[in-house]
Design a protein around this ligand. Structure first.
Ligand code: CP3
Length: 343
């Protein structure tokens, strides 16, 4: 492993200035070259499962901006899809699934799970072979709670009410669903690591809607289970947890799940983030709308993060995914500001 993959050093707790930099959803609709490949692919899932095209879009933001890390192009919902659930993506509506019943949860399994996901593993192998040596490759999965919210509701919801209600009314079935997702997600990450991923990230986009007890049961416990299973096979591969909206629970989330790095959203106060750096690397946390706005809103936001967190282990990122309306010139300005920063 070349020493030059600085993101890996940061995840070991070293401080680097300027910090390594990448963006969540960096391959996406704000890029004209992505929209072009996306048109050729047909459906969004066809793009995820076509290694030729998935490699192409994974590499596009690296070629354009020279980020320190590349993230596999796929989606968190390939896991339920590979488990045999019906998953579609409709233009302007996001993901659509057939809501899962209690009986279907109890029967959920697939002996062709890895066969279905083989195109994703092939994408990881090919991306690693094409990436510059110094670029870190990130594999990922969704956290069981976040994936379950889509499986239960059948679509995105503002407050995940269908899944929360289901969790209260059908606790045994819901625990079973989370366990099946945790086991399969761990196996999925292990295969991505074996195909060449240097780091894996667990996206828990909806952890901000839970109370104390359900945060532990639905969010923390399944992620801890994934971390335990991945570490048993690959003890040295760093794992980043991104429990978006976890607020005051970020600290215990790291303690209880054992994740190496913490992805923090833009609502986490910088003073609290600095405190979190004492137990390991943090990744974030520019408001993606500062990147849309550009100008002073952008430069002030970047500067505040670098000033507050630049002396500790920091991976510069957005606090959530980049939005499609973001001007490319603003991304260029952000990259330039981070890269040319001096202490
Ligand atoms: O970061 C990357 O560049 C890697 C690719 C990636 C995608 N989705 C591609 C994608 C990653 C890491 C994800 C994660 C993901 N997917 C999450 C967790 C992170 C987050 O953003 O909260 C979630 C909740 C999903 C589920 C999902 N996929 C939704 C809700 C949507 C629709 C919303 C939208 O932006 O349209 C998707 C579709 C999706 N996944 C797109 C991309 C580039 C856009 C669809 C398209 O190009 O047609």
């Amino acid at each position: 492993m070349p020493r030059s993959r600085i993101m890996l050093d940061v995840l070991k707790g070293e401080a680097h200035f300027p910090p390594p930099l990448w963006m969540m959803r960096q391959a996406g609709r704000y890029l004209p070259e992505y929209r072009e490949t996306r048109r050729r692919a047909g459906s969004f899932l066809d793009l995820c499962y076509d290694p030729d095209l998935a490699v192409e879009v994974t590499l596009q933001p690296i070629e354009r901006f020279g980020f320190d890390a590349s993230i596999l192009f796929s989606d968190i919902l390939v896991v339920p899809h590979a488990l045999g659930r019906d998953v579609r993506f409709e233009e302007g509506r996001g993901p659509l699934l057939t809501p899962i019943s209690v009986a279907e949860i109890m029967a959920l399994e697939s002996d062709v799970f890895h066969v279905n996901l083989e195109p994703v593993y092939e994408t990881v192998r090919r991306v690693r072979a094409k990436l510059p040596d110094e670029t870190t490759l990130i594999g990922f999965c969704g956290a069981p709670w976040t994936v379950a919210t889509y499986m239960i509701a059948g679509h995105g919801t503002p407050d995940q009410a269908p899944a929360r209600l289901f969790g209260y009314r059908e606790p045994a079935a819901f625990q079973h669903l989370l366990k099946v997702l945790a086991d399969h997600s761990a196996a999925y990450l292990i295969r991505q690591i074996e195909a060449g991923a240097d780091v894996v990230q667990i996206f828990d986009s909806w952890s901000g809607v839970l109370d104390d007890a359900t945060f532990d049961q639905f969010c923390v416990w399944p992620v801890a289970e994934i971390v335990r299973q991945v570490r048993a096979v690959h003890p040295d591969v760093p794992i980043i947890g991104f429990p978006k909206g976890a607020g005051a629970r970020y600290r215990t989330y790291r303690q209880k799940t054992g994740v190496t790095g913490l992805g923090i959203d833009w609502t986490v106060p910088l003073a609290a983030a600095k405190d979190l750096q004492r137990s390991g690397a943090v990744q974030g946390n520019l408001d993606p709308l500062r990147l849309v706005a550009g100008g002073k809103a952008l430069s002030d936001g970047v500067e505040a993060i670098l000033n507050a967190l630049g002396e500790g282990p920091l991976i510069f990122n957005l606090g959530h995914g980049i939005t499609p309306e973001t001007p490319i010139a603003h991304v260029e300005a952000m990259v330039k500001q981070v890269r040319s920063a001096t202490r």
